[in-house]
Structures are given as C-alpha cells and as structure tokens.
Design a binder for this molecule. Structure first.
Ligand code: LMR
Length: 335
C-alpha cells in the first residue's frame, strides 16, 4: 500500500515536473485576425510578421494568421481583441470611430494626403504617436501604421462627375467622415462589413463603393461592378494593434524580438503596397469585366469642389487641432 502511494506520489511529481517543463516550452500564441485576402498589402504584412516573429523568438512565439474575416468581421474583431480572444489586428484607420477614437477619421478626409511621403511624415510624427496614445485608454496598444493606398470608386454606371452619384447606395466603412463624403456627393452611404460587400454588390443591396484596387481585385468586386473611376480622392491604411494587457505581460526579451519583427514587417508591407495596387488595377483592366475611367482635369476639379465642405463639416468631430497638426506634418512641418 505504502509502496503504491509512494509510487503514485512519485508519478504525480514527475507529471507535475513534466507539465511544468512542457508549459515553459509551450509557445506563446498570437492570433492575428484580419478581413482581407492574403495577397494584399495587409495580408502580406501579417504573413511577414509571422515569419519574422517566429524566427526571432526561435519558436517561442507562434503567430496564427486568420485572413478574410475567417474569425471575425469588422465590428466584432475589435471587441475580440479587447476581450483577449485574438491578440493582433490591423483594422483600417476608418474603423476606429466606433471605438471612441474618432480622431483617426482625419485620415479619411478627402484629398488630405498629397502622397505617401506626406503620409509617412504624419504616421512617423507626433500625431501618429498621439493617436496611439489615445488607444491606450481603450486597452489597446498601437504597434505600427501599415499602408494600403489611394482609393478608387466603383459602380455599375460611369462616375465622372459628382452628379453621377446622385441617389446611389454606396458601401462605406464605419467612419462618419466617409458618410459625410458620400452625402456631399448626393449618394446614400451604407455601412457594411468588408466581407459582405461583394454579395451586397451582386444582389443590389449597394450600387457601388470606394476602396483600393488591391482590395477590390482580391474580393472580385470588378466582376460585379462595370466601372472603376481612378479618383485617388482618399486613402486607406491600417493601425496594427494589440491587446495592451497581453503585450505588457510578455517577457521583455520576447517583446523586444516582436518589436523588431514588427518594424521589419512594416517596411515590407509598405514596400509591397504600391506594387500590389498597381498590379491589381492592371489585372482588373485585363479581365475585361470592368472599365477603368481616368478623370479629366475639369472632372477632378469638380470632385474636389464637391468634397471640399466635408473637412469643415467634420472639424468638430475629428478635432480642429488634429486636422491642423495633420496638415502641418503632411506638409513637412511648415504651415
Ligand atoms: C474595407 O473596405 O473595409 C477595407 O478597408 C478593409 C481593409 O482592411 O482593407
């Protein structure tokens, strides 16, 4: 009896030691959920982060990437992050309003960014940091800004002049600035999760949308939209975010390796973004399923004039100081 008890105790101790060792070696799992296809700027960035994070931590961290809204759709994913069901996301900057961080909608203002160099000055500058500080109060840590690109506009009719938008139901992301943009054009904006847009277009729930070429192409929007206008009227980019409690709780040496992986993945994602969008446009053109429209100088001027009031209308929401700081940094610090 005694021997049995001793044996059982010894076995129990061995088991505990074993599970302790196994636990010590169990990798830290980071679930990185996103809503776009793997072969997009964000999809590639996430995959690159996985590769580098696993390499730099010698397998102590395992990154599981879930693309195409496999785990969560737009609205749910931020809640999932806050609850700890996933550890990393990269929502578009247009999706932070519902979280109470409406200053992020400054990126949605029409024609606010002349080019990507201006964008980089903002995201790498004081405002980029200030926006991330704002997220801390929501239990979220901002890790990086990733690019997608400038937006085009699609519909089943040619959109050349603002009047062409009248009465069209246009899908938007959950941003009040984008809502104001389409109202200024005389359209009817409808918030819809990214994963539902293709079907929405196919069934006529919406008539069109704005997005980047890479997002449109990988979701096959061009197969259900006869025209795409190369308007470049706004920008889509991302904030890579993590659960603050999770991030702060990581061993310091692991966090340092993950920071390094994120810095390199960011360079990579931003490098591939322009190429991905250019190729997507090319592919959509080659498909023969949609017609690309280039605006004349007069048409462009008409779009700008129609969209100009949006910035003034949205100043109260986004913050006058935020808009001014954005414009100053975009210009390179001189007003
Ligand atoms: C959208 O239109 O919802 C996109 O911004 C999705 C994305 O994450 O690029």
């Amino acid at each position: 009896m005694l021997t049995l008890t001793r044996r059982a105790l010894a076995a129990g101790t061995a088991l505990m030691l074993l599970s302790g060792a196994a636990l010590a070696q169990a990798p830290i799992v980071i679930k990185f959920s996103h809503v776009v296809a793997p072969d997009t700027p964000k999809g590639r960035g996430a995959d690159k982060f996985k590769e580098l994070a696993e390499k730099y931590t010698a397998g102590r961290v395992k990154v599981e990437v879930y693309p195409n809204s496999q785990l969560f759709k737009d609205k749910e994913e931020v809640e999932a992050l806050q609850l700890g069901a996933v550890q990393m996301l990269a929502p578009s900057l247009a999706k932070f309003g519902p979280l109470g961080a409406k200053e992020f909608e400054v990126f949605d203002l029409p024609y606010i960014l002349p080019d990507k160099a201006a964008l980089r000055r903002v995201t790498d500058g004081a405002l980029g940091k200030r926006l991330f500080d704002k997220l801390q109060t929501k239990g979220i840590t901002g890790l990086a800004y990733w690019d997608n690109g400038f937006k085009v506009m699609s519909a089943n009719k040619p959109l050349r002049m603002p009047a062409d938008f009248r009465g069209l139901k246009m899908r938007i992301q959950s941003s009040k600035v984008l809502e104001a943009e389409f109202r200024a054009l005389g359209a009817i904006p409808q918030v819809m999760a990214f994963s539902e847009v293709y079907q929405g277009m196919q069934t006529g729930v919406v008539d069109g949308s704005e997005n980047t070429p890479s997002n449109m192409y990988t979701q096959k929007h061009h197969e259900v939209q006869k025209y795409i206008t190369l308007s470049d009227h706004g920008y889509i980019g991302y904030a890579v975010i993590t659960n603050k409690k999770f991030w702060d709780g990581l061993p310091a040496e692991i966090r340092a390796e993950l920071d390094k992986a994120m810095t390199e993945a960011t360079v990579y994602a931003n490098e591939v973004a322009d190429k991905d969008n250019a190729e997507a446009l090319d592919e959509m053109k080659k498909s023969g399923k949609t017609t690309l429209i280039t605006l004349t100088a007069d048409e462009k001027a008409a779009w700008k004039a129609a969209l100009e009031p949006v910035t003034a209308d949205m100043t109260k929401r986004v913050g006058k100081d935020v808009i001014e700081e954005f414009q100053k940094e975009a210009k390179g610090g001189t007003q």
